[in-house]
Write a protein of this length. Structure first.
Length: 725
């Protein structure tokens, strides 16, 4: 049995992840401490104990705070968040924010993440919302705690509260600093539930001592040494490993199954339910062998689509378009345009391919279920599990250990539901860990998409027409950014579907919609620049009225020492800008193209980012570098090949991810904007990678790629029919 020590992810040092405290046990453990409670307003349709409270339990986000924290007798601070840690870094940045607002030493702060029993409700970890949306509530909880401590300190020290200050976990008499009392001493022997009648102000950036400092991640040592525990590392006494029967194709239906050979194997348990057939054993390799003995007959998939015919299917799919932005009159724009450029941009289905496959460990009793799950959405998982088990939702607990990457793919919780159902059926703890092949098959892919763009410039070289339609890539990131009087931006479908439009499930993929839309928009703008006889940086600045967008582009071009050029210069340089999650990015890339093979070597990438106040600059730069590296994949190689519901790429022998040898020289610039609210940093830098590399490839060799990924074969084909923009 594993007993991972706290790496900032548990409530206390030496917390046993397999035996986490219940809320009652936790309260008794910190009973001699100050509790700053956040009141969750709950729609319980009656009392919490009512069995009717199942999948309808919807706690509203607090109107003031979205977290609570505790200060124990020993002075240690434990903070709680429904957010999870999957490599993006809130395990470090959230304690920075809380410690600074509370005036406490950072090394005195522990954090509990993604435990539905102990943490306040959270909608899920996605959309780069942790810092910009959750952060203000988090800081407010700390500010209230500090104000309460000052009031209590005034009583303990017999000093007016107005004379007191806080520093390093202490309440101090400003006129006589020798008179001070620690936070732990204030709370000793008492549990105080208290709210302030007046909400305290949050600190100004000039008052920060910890926020804004570059810090290494507090989980890094445990992760590189193997000490960190993921769901697949967990064990329970009597635990069974499960292997689930999967169809050979999406849309295939099970007609007949014979499990007799598997049933005859010693120690093997077989579970057959209408939508779930699985074999289980105390050893995973035996469970795998038992699955091989299951004989199943499936109907063929009804789908006739493949990875080439999908684009015509999506282009012809009948669904009303939604207009997201519109101004002027397109007819006037077409009349004013002396040069027109119409194009269709395509991108393939892309897998999440996270390092850790979907995994869950479930222990289900008659009245209570506990599930450890690799999920971005523990509260959503709790709801799905409760519905599947027909349990009151408050009788299901989901605990989220470290998650080995998600990128949107672990918003779905199929593995957690499977583990819970199998644990209920067998009466034993059950672990479900998808194989890499299952991970690819069951993924919710980034959708294939078709983007239609019709644009034009007038005699002065200004854009006067922009008619843009995204079909199934998603509307996010389709904003024009540039000033064009006569424009319309619309979308058909979104990154989540509808499901009927696709041969398999689709969903969010890091910055959903933005990669598709930035590729189409920024490719098209660079082509318009050439049409206007203008340098692509100058052409963009000519159309940018947003000061933040101008600032990042100017910062990037100045840092690069950009020299103007028109059209395909042979230098292999590309530029692209974008905006996501409140953050602006401008990226410049340099590539070399081997004309004989179509191979692209990305030599250098520079990214300037303006994201408001930066909580942890080191963490922000890590995220930018991760985005750049991951972006190489969707831009150059990653795509799912399929036919009639069969996925042909089910491992890394054919699904080609970025490798160390691909990684270019990377430079990151974080622009100072400390007086602006912090914005999202986990996704923005990835959105322009397809576009910036497409523009750089064209500049290098004259081949204009309109489809992602830009594989060597596609580059060679484009070279064979090279024409001016």
């Amino acid at each position: 049995m594993n007993s991972p020590t706290s790496s900032g992810h548990g409530a206390f040092p030496a917390t046993d992840l397999m035996h986490p405290p219940t809320r009652r046990e936790f309260l008794s453990r910190v009973g001699a401490g100050l509790m700053i409670w956040v009141v969750l307003r709950r729609d319980l349709s009656g009392a919490e104990s009512e069995s009717a409270v199942k999948s309808t339990y919807r706690p509203e986000l607090p109107k003031d705070f979205n977290a609570f924290l505790s200060i124990g007798e020993d002075g240690r601070i434990t903070c709680f968040t429904g957010k999870i840690e999957m490599g993006q870094g809130p395990i470090t940045s959230l304690p920075q924010m809380l410690a600074d607002e509370l005036d406490a030493p950072l090394d005195q702060v522990d954090i509990v993440m993604g435990d539905t029993e102990l943490c306040p409700y959270d909608q899920g970890t996605w959309g780069s919302l942790t810092t910009r949306a959750f952060g203000p509530h988090w800081r407010a909880a700390a500010a209230e705690a500090r104000a309460v401590l000052i009031e209590l300190g005034a009583v303990a020290l017999s000093v007016p509260a107005a004379r007191l200050i806080t520093r390093d976990g202490m309440v101090i008499d400003s006129q006589n600093p020798s008179r001070a009392i620690s936070y732990g001493a204030i709370t000793k022997g008492k549990r105080i539930e208290r709210h302030l009648s007046v909400t305290p102000d949050l600190k100004k950036p000039s008052e920060f001592k910890i926020v804004g400092k570059p810090l290494l991640r507090r989980d890094s040592r445990d992760k590189v040494t193997g000490k960190a525990h993921f769901t697949g590392d967990l064990r329970l006494p009597g635990m069974l490993y499960a292997k689930v029967l999967r169809p050979p194709a999406h849309g295939a239906k099970l007609l007949h199954v014979d499990c007799s050979a598997a049933c005859s194997m010693a120690g093997v348990t077989v579970v057959q339910q209408p939508d779930l057939v699985a074999v289980l054993h105390a050893m995973p390799d035996v469970a795998e062998a038992a699955l091989d003995k299951v004989k199943a007959e499936f109907s063929p998939s009804a789908s006739t689509l493949d990875d080439r015919t999908i684009y015509k299917h999506l282009a012809d799919y009948r669904l009303p378009a939604r207009v997201f932005s519109e101004s002027g009159d397109l007819a006037s724009g077409r009349k004013a345009a002396v040069k027109r450029l119409d194009a269709v941009y395509l991108n393939a289905y892309v897998a999440h391919a996270a390092m850790e496959p979907h995994t869950a460990l479930a222990e289900v009793g008659e009245k209570k279920a506990t599930v450890w799950a690799s999920t971005q959405n523990p509260f959503g998982a709790r709801e799905e599990i409760a519905k599947a088990l027909d349990l009151p939702i408050l009788d299901v607990r989901v605990i989220t250990p470290f998650v080995g990457g998600g990128f949107g793919g672990k918003s779905a919780n199929g593995q957690a539901v499977e583990a819970a159902l199998l644990s209920k059926a067998t009466g034993k703890p059950v672990q479900v860990m998808w194989s890499r092949e299952e991970e690819f098959f069951n993924d919710t892919f980034r959708p294939a998409a078709v983007v239609n763009v019709s644009a034009g410039i007038d005699a002065s070289g200004r854009m006067v027409l922009w008619d843009y339609e995204d079909r199934f890539g998603g509307s996010r990131g389709s904003e024009l950014i540039y000033t064009v009087a006569d424009h319309r931006i619309s979308a058909v479908g979104d990154f989540w579907g509808p499901r009927e439009a696709h041969p398999f499930a689709v969903g969010a993929w890091r910055a959903p919609g933005c990669n598709t839309n930035a590729f189409a928009r920024e490719s098209h703008v660079s082509r318009l620049a050439e049409l206007a006889g203008a340098d692509p940086v100058e052409f963009r600045l000519r159309h940018l009225s947003d000061p933040r967008a101008r600032r990042v582009l100017e910062a990037a071009s100045n840092a690069w020492d950009w020299k103007p050029a028109v059209g395909s210069s042979g230098r292999g340089l590309g530029v692209a800008i974008g905006m996501d999650s409140g953050t602006y990015v401008a990226t410049i890339a340099e590539v070399a193209v081997d004309r004989s093979t179509g191979h692209v070597q990305v030599k250098r990438v520079l990214c300037a980012q303006e994201m408001g106040l930066v909580i942890n600059p080191e963490g922000a730069k890590m995220q930018m570098e991760g985005c750049i590296t991951m972006g190489l994949g969707y831009a150059l190689t990653e795509e799912i090949h399929f036919n009639a519901g069969v996925i042909h790429d089910t491992n890394f022998d054919s699904y080609d991810l970025p490798r160390f040898s691909w990684v270019p020289k990377m430079e990151t610039i974080l622009l100072d904007a400390e007086n602006d609210p912090p914005q999202g940093g986990g996704e923005p830098a990835i959105i322009v990678m397809g576009a910036v590399l497409a523009n750089a490839i064209y500049d290098a060799c004259g081949a204009r790629l309109l489809e992602l990924p830009m594989t060597p074969v596609r580059i060679k084909n484009a070279l064979a029919k090279t024409t001016p923009a």
